[in-house]
Design a protein around this ligand. Sequence first.
Ligand code: CA
Length: 531
Amino acid sequence: MLRSVRLLSVLVLGVCAAATLSAQTELKLHYRWNNQFSVANKDTKVIRPVFQYVADKVGVKIKDVANPVATNDTQEFQLAATEQFTGADIYGGASLAEYFYSYGNDGAFVDLMAAMKAGKLPNFKKFTDANPDVLAAIVTPEGKLFHLPYVPDGGVARMYFIRTDWLAKLKLNMPKTTEELEKVLKAFRDKDPNGNGKRDEIPVFNDKLNEIMRTMNLWNARVYGNDNYGVRVVADARGGKMYHAWLDPRFKTAMKEFQRWYREGLIDPEAFTRKENTARKDLLTKLNVGGMTHEWVASTSGYNYDPALKKAWPDFKFEVMAPVAWKGAKAFEEHARIIVKPDGWGISAKSKNVDAALKYIDYFFSEDGRNTTNFGVKGQTWTDLDKNGDPIFTPAALAWMNEAGGMNRALWDKQGAQAPLGYFQNFAYEIQWTLPIGQAGVAIYRDPKQVTYANQTPVFAFAKSEFETVNSITDQLNTYLAEAAVNFITGRVDVEKGWNEYVAKANELGAPKLVAVYQAAYDRFLKGGKK
Ligand code: CA
């Protein structure tokens, strides 16, 4: 009786009735990201409108119960585990997928697969029906699911950038092969394209040591399986045999070439010692010596529009180059946005508000939820949709791209948008603040006639024993591989002479076992996640 009266009042009173409902259900969120931010401020006031907007839409109250003071996200999550996840209804954040699998298998989280089958995650179901690879990548070998993930959009990620003003000055064409690229880079090194009379040009550089390792792609070798530098087990084609990229004969061949480039001054001599995230600022803006890199499109193309840089170096032009290959092989771009990130959120099995929590996390996968999580709350950062149905940022919101932390930081800080929670990213949000040179690059890298992407290793839902094997091998093995790579590149160890010993040591550290676990997970993934 009471229930039907309430239902009637919902129908009749609409918004007002929703407010009545919200007074009843309060969802506690334990969501942390970046080791410092949470949904609310330290006075527990919800300060990120996206979270509140969705709460209003599904008719619940939300309370942030995460620790707002700067501590480590993963430690906080483990602390919640020691409390048996009794403190909140919804738990989430970045890089938590493996914890969801591990604790979920022990019964700590609601099985979202069962909930979906019971019709309780309609928006997420619609999304996974259209994107079965996402579901296959996150479902456990037992067919369970413990978190809704952050699903990135768009194939493009990092691209090659090259100084096209230097190409023009030296009367060189855009290189189409690795052999042509080498000639160009040697001209950058020898012919003083920055015109200061000094031989100070640094042909190839990168902000990250791990990323400069990807230069090996130029000689047809794979380096990483996906956008996680720790994942080095790959397959050349979907369904193909997996192997350890760093132990492959092609890696050895590429290493010899990379070593030669390093010796000949084509690679940044400070690549191994430079502070992370400083190379572009130092080598482009300050010194005007950087020739080529492989970096994120929006931020890198932005240097072309930096007023201080343009004032100092008026001719500066850093444009996108399609991937090239060596000895007639097919060129590929290895870095793509991954199918699914290891981020997201799940529901505590101890929650007394499971249905409300399901509604809440499901809403982020609705069309309105997707617009809100990507662009912010309608009326605050956008009002109209473009012809593709994507929100258009207001000029005031677009101006955030000029703030110190850039657009992504501002969207999170001011709105709670673009956070690594369970949602489907919409690349349109990024296109709007990618300046013309970057947009031209996106057009090249989205054109399958111009760019082929390497087969990506999915983020696997490992079974518990597999997870333990991967964890116990990966760190130690990768530390060894990095040390050995630096020894090869700097010439401390000769590639030809040292290779067999290098492979033997990697095998001793468990590389074959690691490949076997990846292969088993990959076989399962190809069968839609089932055993
Ligand atoms: Ca010079």
